[in-house]
Design a protein around this ligand. Structure first.
Ligand code: ADP
Ligand code: UDP
Length: 241
């Protein structure tokens, strides 16, 4: 399958049409942004790692019954995916308080949450991705009641699967962001990516951050952290075979 016209260039990926109207090619870049695009930079090799990692994790989820957009890895940076109508929500699942949750609710970063916490942001860059709740989602017509139930169930199921997998890598899954979309027949599936750009991943023993917070917070060792987390994933997946 080959790339046709570029349909979109986002902050981290480019999206291309293919000869099949139901399929797209996403191409992962090394560009990194934070704070709604105010901080910009490059993380050498990030696109290669995020492409590989997202595909491995989506395959793992598929095996456990979670429908995803993943079709085929075409090259280091390019992946064939099912085209969906993106539901404009950032679905965030948290196991441990960090980032905006800690700021908004006054909880020290690193505090385990008593139960996984689900939140939605309205995916809209010009509004700064504001936090919204389920009734906002229905009121704004972003998703139906049935779709919301599906999204909530899938998000929590994904959390269970990924928490367990990352634990086998000696990594704590602190929180992560998901995007869902609709196939032409209305089925809701997981889309976009799962990577160190979209997850907080902490070394279980030392608490060391192995994700994009190293870039956001100028902690240094950004490329090394991406390489380290990818190696951990590869080793664990190798052992699972
Ligand atoms: P952003 O748009 O936030 O800058 P990216 O650089 O990651 O993000 O761009 C990728 C875009 O492709 C996002 O807008 C995302 O919602 C969209 N997308 C991801 N997966 C699919 C898919 N399977 N079908 C259609 N669009 C998708
Ligand atoms: N996240 C993301 N994209 C966004 C916002 C958040 O992938 O536009 C992820 C982020 O990597 C983290 C989780 O969602 O794993 C929760 O992020 P939080 O709301 O704490 O973001 P912060 O305000 O700290 O950037």
């Amino acid at each position: 399958m080959e790339k046709r016209e570029q349909l979109y260039e986002g902050k981290a990926k480019k999206v291309f049409a293919t000869d099949d109207p139901g399929l797209l090619i996403v191409s992962y870049k090394d560009d990194a942004t934070a704070f709604n695009g105010q901080k910009r930079g490059t993380i050498e090799g990030k696109g290669i790692i995020n492409n590989r990692m997202s595909n491995r994790l989506m395959r793992l989820l598929e095996k456990q019954g979670v429908p995803t957009h993943f079709v085929e890895e075409l090259s280091e940076r390019d992946t064939l995916v099912k085209k969906v109508g993106i539901i404009p929500l950032e679905v965030i699942v948290r196991n441990i308080a960090a980032g905006s949750f800690s700021r908004n609710y006054g909880v020290v970063e690193g505090t385990p949450l008593l139960s996984p916490t689900l939140e939605f942001s309205y995916k809209n860059d010009s509004l700064g991705d504001p936090l919204i709740n389920g009734s906002h989602v229905l009121g704004l017509g972003l998703a139906t009641r049935e779709e919301l139930v599906t999204i909530r169930n899938l998000a929590l199921r994904i959390d269970e699967i990924l928490k367990h997998f990352w634990a086998s890598c000696g990594v704590t899954l602190v929180d992560f962001k998901l995007e869902f979309g609709r196939l032409p027949d209305g089925t809701v599936i997981l889309a976009d990516e799962i990577s160190p750009d979209t997850c907080r991943l902490w070394d279980s023993a030392t608490g060391q951050k192995l994700d994009k917070d190293r870039f956001r917070r100028d902690l240094g060792g950004v490329e090394e952290a991406y390489r380290e987390i990818m190696e951990r994933l590869e080793k664990s997946m190798e052992a699972m075979k």
